[in-house]
Write a protein that binds this ligand. Structure first.
Ligand code: GLY
Length: 635
């Protein structure tokens, strides 16, 4: 085998090229198959290096920080070989806010600037801005220049880049990849690395989907009034050394091509609101790209489903930032065959082999069981057999709650983060009360009146789930309820918080009024379910919004969970018969005379409703029709 054929990297964007160079430097032969560099997310990115400003947490933050700290040396090495600058600039990032935090939690990595201090760092921001977080360790690079440097270095170190070659499929034999089929023929190697961003979802059955980002640039006046990255709530401003200002970016789950008037309008409005002087600057360029997203917003790294297949995709908003660490880890994996410890968190298996939190359905025949076992509720790639979700509030005692949860057969229990934190009655001892190795926790933001509060509480919820051993639990039931009388969810606050939480890698399950347009919008911003209410929380009025919920079910491509208002098992059965994917209820069980019996009744009704939906009901007719045949009657 020719040396240059030892590894084939599919993808010639920043991730593919960075890996190829690292492999080459280890003496491994590499061919890169690059479909169309012009369309790579690399070419569209603004180039922020912003782990904390992006709100990353947990293992994702760990990975991102490791990459951030590799950046200076990585760039030095590339520029040395490539002979050009990639404009790496550790300029720090300013994240302005409109509402001051009550008690700023400063650390080494973030410093609170009040309005006066902010004025010294960056004058001219909108009057609405009360202060900002300053992230001194973060910065930026110029992705287009970096792309050029990577191409130069790759060529100099002997990477064989085949441009315009699109991978169509892998041919496989006994658990190994034998070759990659392209329109230019079959390419073969020992090892294959898939690093083609969002197109990985077309090549392999991976949950990598596009999040389109529209961008634009303006020409700054010669005085360069901006020289640090400004990371606003929905918009960022990234000043480049050549005097252009990049403004980004929209976020829409779509493959739709082109820049839309609405996208550019939104960007400009938000940018002008953030920094009014730019309204007068010359518009230079508009463009767009597709971020490769995954259900949890984290990349897919490590072995794929063949012995010689390695995956490095799904970097979503952080491809530029994560390039050095991705290259280092993947090259180490190829060279040693040993998977670096951190990669265990990024395996594709977290989507393909989910744990089934299930209890077998009792008293059913083998045949029926097989049929029902196929019928999972799938949320953010995680499978559940039960379609009934319950809560822990309002029970007379912990024991009754435990028995009721068991009788309900539910596998997802929602927990009010605030009430647990405040140790409210009935919420003490929750950690020990339920077996969290069998029950999936759904932290909820009950009690939050604004989007900001909900985002904060969601973050606490994620920590709470981790403490209970659910390391990879990124679920949050989002409730933003500003109205204390009817407890109706705030649609705008919910949408705003959902956008932020999706950005932070949460699997968001929003509780909303039964509004089909809002549900669609929430789905578009990346929520993993929609949870329309049947009627006001705890009212037991049943499903009052049948018509709207029907439309929501018809339109949704994420699970629809009817939440709140369900009073009786017949309400539950009705919801499921209509085609809802699941139900969430608490009061109807917790406050029944006999909660344990009622929990079992709801379990049966939910299962019956689901079976009936799948079985297909008879049409409703205006007139009677005899049950027995009318032909062949004795005359
Ligand atoms: N990294 C910023 C973005 O994807 O918009």
């Amino acid at each position: 085998m020719k040396a240059s054929n030892e590894v084939i990297v599919v993808g010639g964007g920043i991730i593919g090229l960075a890996i190829a160079i690292e492999l080459r430097l280890k003496g491994i032969g590499v061919t890169v198959l690059s479909r169309n560099y012009e369309e790579a997310a690399t070419n569209a990115a603004a180039g922020m290096l912003a782990p904390r400003a992006e709100g990353l947490t947990g293992v994702m933050l760990e990975l991102a920080l490791a990459s951030l700290y590799l950046y200076p040396e990585w760039i030095r090495k590339l520029e040395h070989v490539g002979g050009e600058s990639a404009e790496y600039n550790p300029c720090g990032i300013i994240a302005p806010v409109k509402k001051a935090p009550q008690k700023p939690q400063e650390g080494n990595h973030s410093i609170w600037l009040d309005r006066n201090a902010l004025e010294c760092y960056q004058p001219g921001l909108s009057k609405e801005i009360v202060g900002a977080w300053w992230y001194p360790e973060e910065g930026q690079v110029a992705p287009r220049r970096l792309g050029k440097v990577l191409h130069q270095v790759a060529q100099r170190v002997g990477v064989d880049i085949k441009s315009g070659v699109e991978a169509i499929a892998f041919s496989r034999e006994v658990g190994k990849i034998r070759g990659v089929l392209t329109k230019s023929g079959i390419f073969t190697a020992d090892t294959y690395i898939v690093a083609n961003g969002v197109w990985a979802g077309k090549l392999l059955p991976l949950p990598v989907t596009p999040v389109k980002g529209e961008m634009l640039s303006l020409k700054m006046p010669p005085s360069q009034p901006l020289n640090r990255v400004i990371f606003g709530e929905n918009t960022y401003l990234v000043p480049k050394q050549d005097g252009t200002l990049i403004i980004g970016a929209t976020s829409v789950n779509t493959w739709q091509e082109g820049n839309s008037a609405q996208g550019i309008n939104e960007l400009l409005q938000r940018a002008i609101q953030l920094y009014p002087p730019l309204a007068q600057w010359e518009l230079l360029e508009t463009w767009y790209g597709y971020r490769p997203n995954t259900p949890d917003g984290m990349p897919i790294l490590g072995y794929g489903d063949a012995a010689n297949l390695i995956l490095a995709t799904g970097h979503h908003r952080n491809g530029i930032l994560l390039a050095p660490i991705t290259a280092q880890l993947i090259a180490e994996l190829v060279a040693t065959g040993q998977q670096p410890e951190i990669l265990k968190h990024f395996s594709y298996k977290r989507f393909h082999s989910p744990i089934v939190y299930a209890t077998p359905v009792a008293n059913t025949s083998h045949c029926q069981r097989e049929e029902e076992e196929e019928d999972y509720l799938v949320i953010a790639g995680r499978k559940f057999r039960s379609r009934l979700l319950t809560g822990t509030g309002k029970y007379k005692s912990i024991e009754v709650m435990q028995k009721s949860v068991e009788a309900s057969g539910c596998e997802i229990v929602t927990v009010a983060v605030r009430r647990v934190q405040a140790r409210e009655k009935g919420h003490e001892g929750l950690a020990e009360a339920l077996d969290w190795s069998k029950i999936w926790m759904l932290p909820n933001t009950a009690g939050c009146r604004t989007a900001e509060e909900a985002v904060r509480v969601a973050r606490l919820g994620r920590e709470m789930a981790k403490l209970l051993g659910q390391e990879d639990n990124n679920f949050v039931k989002l409730e933003v309820i500003s109205d204390p009388k009817y407890l109706l969810p705030d649609p705008l606050g919910t949408l705003q918080a959902a956008e932020q939480l999706v950005k932070e890698g949460f699997a968001v399950l929003p509780y909303v009024n039964a509004d089909p347009l809002l549900c669609k919008r929430l789905e578009e911003v990346g929520c993993v379910t929609v949870m329309p209410l049947g009627s006001p929380i705890g009212s037991g009025q049943g499903i009052r919004n049948l018509d709207n919920i029907r439309i929501i079910i018809e339109q949704a491509s994420v699970p629809v969970i009817i939440d709140a208002g369900i009073g009786t098992p017949s309400d539950a059965a009705l919801g499921m018969e209509m085609g809802a994917d699941a139900l969430l209820l608490n009061t109807a069980i917790a406050c029944a005379d006999n909660p344990v019996q009622m929990a079992r009744a709801f379990r049966l009704a939910t299962e019956a409703g689901r079976l009936a939906y799948k079985a297909g009901r008879i049409p409703v007719k205006s007139y009677a029709q005899p049950s027995s045949p009318t032909t062949g009657l004795v005359k």
